[in-house]
Write a protein that binds this ligand. Structure first.
Ligand code: NCD
Ligand code: ZN
Length: 389
């Protein structure tokens, strides 16, 4: 039996285990390795799928009470998440990092009930961010700094105007020196540029950033175009890209193709079929430069279904189920765990999560709401459901 393959236990449990070395790793029921069969050889539909608890390298939690509602859903399958700093009052300083992390700790103390979850804190990098602020935030535990270019998305009114000032160059150098990652919302709001072109318009800035800061680890977030996929692929190992579940499923037609679908609206907007195909290929290719970041973003129903609806898809309840369906569709289920639980951790220099999450291959209907929030696929059927953690 080959390494890195999906295997199914023939014993009572009927589980699928995704193992680096299938010949030596037992399934969760510890049935002996002689009972495994190779899924690729047998083309058997698995009934359950067990993965290492996942990482989400891009998540919007907001503040209470939303923070708790999001955490309740996320900790069912996720061991760590990069916490986005774009609150109404952006997280900019060490003091705010400590305050925001304490908000998580207070809730997790009683919510987690044995499940481990670690928030990976970040600060927003704005024009007035200084190298001293970066260092202090790093000492307070921030692992990354996030750049929102001016005006491209939720709460980016104070986004970065100038990428290449002396101050910003000093900020990047300080981040590199202390090991903080630079996270980029890869779009710019240039003149006469449609929303569908904003990611392409950012690519020259991205190339210059990488060329001028070759030792700084950078993540191009929520990649949404074929062009960005290709550029990231060509770059060195310090450059990676996160991919959401919804950009693997949606095109622009799902947002405005048959009427306005506010719960599919997000930044960057899902684009052409060719772009989606390139993203699916990148996510399922086994290339460690691409890993999961959900960009799940809670906006209450009334802020989505209105004259100027907010951007962001609320995918936290079932992002993992969507991913399983996409990977299964490509015959690549055995690569899902790399994408969700290994490549990102390796890029960030983190140990892999402990524990597992099990999905069941069963058709279920996505509920119309989760509290105040409407998932993009409310009322639709999904093929995978989380059953245990
Ligand atoms: C995000 C949000 O709502 O905070 N919105 C979105 O469309 N993805 C911000 C962001 O990441 O763009
Ligand atoms: Zn986001």
């Amino acid at each position: 039996m080959s390494c890195c393959t999906a295997v199914r236990c023939r014993g009572r449990c009927n589980r699928v285990c995704l193992c680096r070395n299938a010949a030596t790793v037992a399934c969760t029921e510890n049935h002996s390795e002689s009972k495994y069969i190779d899924l690729e050889e047998n083309l058997v539909q698995p009934t359950t799928l067990t993965l290492r608890r996942i990482d989400d390298f891009h998540h919007h939690f907001r503040v209470q009470p939303t923070l708790q509602q999001v955490l309740e859903l996320l900790i069912l399958y996720c061991g760590r998440a990069i916490v986005m700093p774009n609150l109404a009052n952006a997280v900019l300083t060490a003091k705010q990092v400590i305050w925001y992390r304490n908000e998580f700790i207070n809730i997790l103390d009683w919510l987690a009930q044995g499940r481990s979850f670690m928030p990976l804190m970040t600060i927003a990098i704005q024009d007035n961010t200084t190298p001293e602020m970066v260092l202090a935030a790093h000492e307070a535990g921030a692992v990354a700094g996030k750049v929102y270019p001016l005006g491209v998305t939720t709460n980016s009114d104070n986004g970065l105007r100038e990428f290449f000032t002396q101050n910003m160059n000093d900020v990047y150098r300080t981040m590199k020196d202390c090991g903080m990652k630079l996270l980029l919302h890869g779009e710019i709001d240039a003149e006469r540029t449609l929303t569908t072109q904003r990611e392409d318009a950012f690519l020259p800035i991205f190339e210059r950033l990488v060329n001028e800061n070759p030792d700084l680890k950078m993540v191009f977030e929520h990649v949404s175009t074929k062009n960005a996929v290709e550029l990231i692929r060509q770059m060195g190992p310090n450059v990676a890209g996160t991919i959401t579940a919804h950009h693997l499923v949606d095109t622009l037609n799902d947002v405005i193709g048959t009427g306005v679908a506010p719960h599919h609206m997000c930044m960057p907007v899902p684009k052409h079929y060719d772009d989606r195909d390139a993203l699916v290929e990148a996510a399922t290719s086994g290339n460690p430069k691409f890993f999961f970041g959900s960009d799940s973003a809670p906006h209450a129903k009334e802020h989505k279904e209105c004259a100027h609806g907010k951007c962001g898809q609320f995918t936290v309840p079932h992002a993992l189920c969507m991913l399983a369906e996409v990977f299964e569709g490509q015959g690549m289920l055995y690569r899902l765990e790399d994408f969700t639980s290994r490549f990102g951790a390796n890029f960030y220099g983190l140990p892999l999560n402990e524990g597992t999450v099990t999905l069941e291959h069963v058709v279920w209907e996505v509920p119309p709401t989760y509290g105040d929030f409407v998932p993009p696929n409310a009322g639709k059927l999904l093929n995978w459901r989380i059953v245990s953690t």
